[in-house]
Design a protein. Structure first.
Length: 279
């Protein structure tokens, strides 16, 4: 969840496992919004877990092509497709491209997130529409087209939506973001319920404050943070560090895989903030 920094005490550190288990052996995967931050970490992890093919989408051609080259060098068949998720037609075309390129699509991650700040009183209709397009509308139709493809193949599959702990209320300066991500949480549950008999599992992850490139930019531009923002952020939270993309990526790979069993329709809080808890 996008945050501004508060001071606190640092206690300990930890990191995700570097050990892979072949959880996604032979799978064809689309990571929408996967050129940086959490999305890029997920793309790397699914490739490391044995995915046969990975399509990564995003707006940065340079970052996307570099990541695709990296995944290819690691042994996966990988491709980058430039997609602006503010345009739902481009979002839907990414599903068609994955199917055309790989012959099928088995797993999907909607990892994009527009976090441009806006309160209830200063959000413009244009900003609101951009949040809905990136954080809700495009993921909704990527899910729909993926489910349609899996139906046509009579195949099982899995979808994971990267949502946000902010969908439970969030900060005042995240009004359009919260509105859109809350919608995605509801759409995740609805789709999972509707397609559980099709053996298509759909889950969401409410990620908390995470150390990404975009968060660093937001801290400096929106909250006046200095270059040491991450050290200060780590020191301000109970577990001694805010989330790291590779940790989220490991969890998402698990949810995509058959090792997560029958879990579907869950929107899981991935954070050290306990909603409803009080001191």
């Amino acid at each position: 969840m996008p945050h501004s920094i508060n001071t606190g005490r640092r206690r300990h550190n930890g990191k995700a496992s570097d050990v892979t288990s072949g959880w996604l052996q032979g799978q064809a995967v689309l990571v929408s919004g996967g050129t940086q931050g959490v999305g890029a970490a997920i793309a790397r992890r699914v490739a490391a877990e044995g995915a046969e093919a990975v399509l990564v989408t995003g707006r940065s051609v340079e970052a996307g092509r570099a990541l695709a080259d990296e995944l290819q060098a690691a042994g996966a068949r990988a491709k980058f497709l430039r997609v602006d998720l503010r345009d739902v037609d481009q979002a839907r075309a990414s599903v068609a491209e994955a199917i055309a390129e790989f012959g099928r699509l088995d797993r999907v991650v909607n990892a994009a997130g527009l976090t441009t700040r806006g309160s209830m009183l200063d959000t413009t209709p244009e900003l609101f529409d951009a949040h809905v397009a990136v954080n809700l509308k495009s993921p909704f139709f990527i899910m729909a087209d993926t489910i349609r493809h899996l139906h046509e193949r009579s195949a099982s599959g899995a979808i994971v939506n990267i949502i946000s702990i902010a969908e439970r209320g969030g900060q005042s300066y995240l009004a359009p973001y919260v509105a859109a991500k809350s919608g995605l949480a509801g759409a995740t549950r609805n789709a999972a319920h509707a397609h559980r008999w099709d053996k298509i599992r759909i889950n969401g992850v409410n990620i908390g404050w995470t150390a990404t490139e975009a968060e660093g930019v937001a801290q400096k531009t929106a909250h006046g943070a200095t270059d040491d923002w991450l050290a200060r952020a780590d020191a301000s939270v109970p577990l001694g560090k805010i989330g790291r993309p590779n940790e989220i990526a490991e969890f998402v790979a698990f949810l995509l895989s058959d090792h997560s069993g029958v879990v579907t329709g869950s929107v899981i809080d991935w954070d050290q903030q306990v909603i409803g808890g009080q001191d």
